[in-house]
Each structure stands twice: as C-alpha cells, then as structure tokens.
Design a protein around this ligand. Structure first.
Ligand SMILES: NC(=O)c1ccc[n+]([C@@H]2O[C@H](COP(=O)([O-])OP(=O)(O)OC[C@H]3O[C@@H](n4cnc5c(N)ncnc54)[C@H](OP(=O)(O)O)[C@@H]3O)[C@@H](O)[C@H]2O)c1
Length: 241
C-alpha cells in the first residue's frame, strides 16, 4: 500500500492534491493548521476511498511538532510521497511588514521544509524510493514587489528543491517543485476585488488556475515523471512569458 503525507491539506491546493492521491490509491496523513472543520470534512469525504487521518500542527508555534511527526510515522510506518503545501502570503511594503508576519512567513513557508522533510527522508531511503513535491510560486524566481518576504521563502524553497534533489538523486528519491501563478484559493484573499481583476487581466489565459490543475501536475510528477528531479515547473497561464 502506498502512503503519502501532505502539509497544508486543508488548503485549496492541498485538498485537491489529497483528493487526487486518494483516487490513485494512496493512504493519506493530512497535516493542517487550525481549520479543524475542513480537516474533519476532508477525512470524512476521503475515508470512503482510502485510509486517511488528519493531524493538526501549527507551524507558526515553533518546532514542537517533531513529536507529532514521530507518532504519524508510527501510525503509517513509512511514506513514499511528501507534499509541502502549507503556506501563507502577506502583501505589504517590505519595511512596513510586521515582525510577526515576517516570522510567520519563515515559520510556515520555510521551516517545515527542514523539520518535516528530515523526519520523512529516512523511511524513503529505507524503502528505496520517494517523491517530494513542494509548492513554490512564480515569485520564487522573479521580483515580487509588495511580497518581498514571501518571495524570499519561495526562492529558498526552490534552492531546497534543487539541492536536496542532488543530495538524494542516487537513492531514487526525486525532489521537485511546482511554481503556480494565481490559483483560485483563499490565499488570494489578500487581493481586493479590483487587484484580483487586474491580476487576471494580465494573465494571457484570462483566468486563475484551478487547484485541480495543480493537483494533476503533482500527480504527474509523483507517478509519471520518473526521470524528473530537481525541477521547478511553472504553471501560470502564460503570465511570466
Ligand atoms: N493560491 C495561489 O494563488 C498560490 C499561488 C502560488 C503558490 N501558492 C502556494 O501554494 C501553497 C498552498 O496555497 P493555497 O492556495 O492552497 O492556500 P490556502 O488555501 O490558503 O491554504 C493554506 C494551507 O496552509 C495551511 N497553513 C496556514 N497556516 C498554517 C500554520 N500556521 N500551520 C500549519 N499550516 C498552516 C492551512 O491550514 P489551516 O487552514 O488548517 O490553518 C492550509 O492548509 C502555498 O505554499 C502557497 O504559497 C498559492
């Protein structure tokens, strides 16, 4: 039986990746922050298809989640797939951003790449295979006025992806990232209606991505992209062309 562990599982993108992986026969350990209602609903929905359990882990609260990860590993044994989908975004001038927001960006977007991944790699090495997918953003490699700190975290995520891929490539563990443009989830609530319309107007496809489209790419990287590692795949409806 195949096992996957997903952070940000209650998010717009994380939920669709969870749905997709459950339809592909994966057992799921779903990690989320504070949206217990959404987590319960997702577990109920997916239990009909697969073995699924949700775990609340507030990444903004420091590093105390290592013990939860150990008990998840006890519950599931091992994982072949790890998806880093948790993330927050704040829009502000860099020098006006609060310390709390800056620290949250580091704690939620960046630190789990270390704290979660380091617990999962050993069982992938032991099992002789693995696929790690992280959700970056087009702002991981391009200048992002008003989202400087967010872009910092995504730039680091992309170097994490390439460097870890290199470190693990001889162990049959692939490490890749997806860099979406705008995706229709609650993360974009930090744009007002006019800003959202302007953003969509600048996208050649004239629409946001659906979270299902991100999930399709994640599923491709996990199951079909068996010769792909260390890559960041942009999907943005032509926005950055
Ligand atoms: N939507 C976009 O346009 C877009 C574009 C490019 C990249 N991305 C990236 O895609 C990823 C998923 O975003 P999304 O659009 O699905 O956003 P979303 O719908 O807002 O979901 C965010 C997820 O992160 C989790 N999270 C937030 N704070 C947390 C905390 N303190 N501790 C643990 N988990 C926490 C949330 O859990 P709870 O709700 O349970 O707290 C939720 O599962 C993010 O990394 C984001 O940067 C999104």
């Amino acid at each position: 039986m195949k096992n996957a562990i997903i952070t940000g599982a209650t998010g717009g993108i994380g939920m669709e990746i969870s749905r997709k992986l459950s339809s592909m026969g994966y057992n799921l350990a779903l990690i989320y922050g504070n949206n217990h209602q959404q987590a319960d609903a997702l577990v109920e929905e997916l239990s009909a298809l697969t073995r699924v359990k949700a775990y609340s882990m507030d990444f903004s609260g420091g590093n105390g989640y290592t013990s939860t990860l150990k008990s998840i590993l006890k519950d599931f044994g091992a994982f072949e797939v790890l998806v880093h989908g948790a993330g927050v975004s704040y829009r502000d001038l860099f020098h006006e951003m609060t310390e709390l927001q800056f620290e949250e960006l580091l704690s939620i977007n960046l630190k789990p790449l270390y704290y979660v991944t380091r617990e999962i790699i050993p069982c992938m090495i032991e099992g002789g295979k693995g696929s790690i997918i992280s959700i970056s953003s087009i702002w991981g490699s391009r200048p992002a006025s008003m989202e400087v700190a967010y872009a910092m975290t995504k730039g680091a995520l992309e170097q994490f992806t390439r460097s870890l891929a290199s470190e693990l490539s001889h162990m049959n563990i692939r490490v890749n990232a997806i860099a979406p443009g705008g995706v229709d989830t609650k993360l974009l609530a930090n744009l007002n209606d006019q800003e959202k319309r302007d953003f969509i107007d600048d996208i050649p496809f004239k629409r946001l991505a659906k979270p299902e489209e991100v999930a399709e790419l994640a599923a491709f990287l996990i199951e079909k992209g068996t010769y792909i590692t260390g890559q960041v795949l942009t999907m943005d409806g032509g926005f950055t062309l």
